[in-house]
Design a protein around this ligand. Structure first.
Ligand SMILES: [Zn+2]
Ligand SMILES: [Zn+2]
Length: 242
């Protein structure tokens, strides 16, 4: 079974870009970082990136699009099922304040499925596309911890309170994501949690909830400029090179 490497160029409201390798296919999930940063993170090249999956057009997810199109990267920004030969893709519309897609990618030869869902009030998957005989690796948002947000509502400025109203309607909370991973119709071999809010996310609180409710879950909370490796055994931070 092949391993999967996820290179977190950046994660969060200041930019999202994830370079993923599955066997011989390299692709990107969102491109919300300057092209120079992406190139640097990818061993000073861009040409080996075959596809870019765009969730939506907010600037923390999409930047320098022209430069990437010019070098021949193929963009995917769509709902529906598409067969790209090395993988089959299912895009589904999510719940954000502008059109936003989440993607499940099936690699039939490797028996691997990668799922990317971010910037949504809830994860909308197409259950018919989920194949239970695969290894399933999830890259999903956990934007805020519920209690932290409530605390900030009571202690921060009106601007923060108003922003929190929008966040609740357009982003994923810890409780929602934990409930999602309790579903019986999905399979989870490892999770990388992305797009944490700087103000509204409490790492320790989140870890405690997972420990209590999903104690066997193999997961990591994304750090910038860090690589992670998904395998049958779960997810690990890659300390030295590749
Ligand atoms: Zn975002
Ligand atoms: Zn957004």
């Amino acid at each position: 079974m092949e391993n999967v490497v996820v290179n977190v160029v950046n994660s969060g409201s200041d930019g999202n870009a994830y370079i993923v390798s599955v066997a011989n296919t390299k692709f990107m999930l969102d491109a919300g970082m300057p092209i120079d940063k992406i190139r640097k993170a990818n061993n000073n090249k861009l040409r080996d990136i075959k596809y870019i999956f765009i969730s939506h057009s907010h600037k923390d997810h999409l930047k320098d699009m022209k430069e990437l199109t010019n070098i021949g990267v193929r963009y995917i920004y769509s709902a529906g099922v598409f067969d790209y030969k090395d993988m089959v893709v299912c895009g589904t519309e999510q719940n954000h304040d502008i059109t936003c897609y989440g993607y499940s990618l099936d690699f039939p030869e490797e028996h691997i499925m990668i799922h990317y869902y971010t910037d949504t009030a809830k994860i909308n998957i197409n259950p018919n596309f989920i194949k239970m005989d695969r290894e399933h690796y999830w890259i999903v948002e956990c934007n805020y911890t519920n209690e932290t947000m409530i605390y900030n509502d009571n202690h921060e400025s009106t601007q923060v309170v108003l922003r929190n109203i929008r966040t609740r309607e357009t982003h994923l909370s810890d409780n929602k994501i934990i409930d999602f991973f309790k579903r019986k119709d999905i399979k989870v071999n490892g999770v990388l949690f992305i797009h944490q809010s700087r103000l509204n996310f409490d790492k320790q609180l989140f870890k405690d909830k997972i420990e209590q409710q999903l104690s066997t879950l193999s997961y990591k909370i994304a750090k910038n400029s860090t690589k992670y490796i998904f395998s049958k055994c779960g997810i690990k931070e890659l300390k030295y090179g590749i």
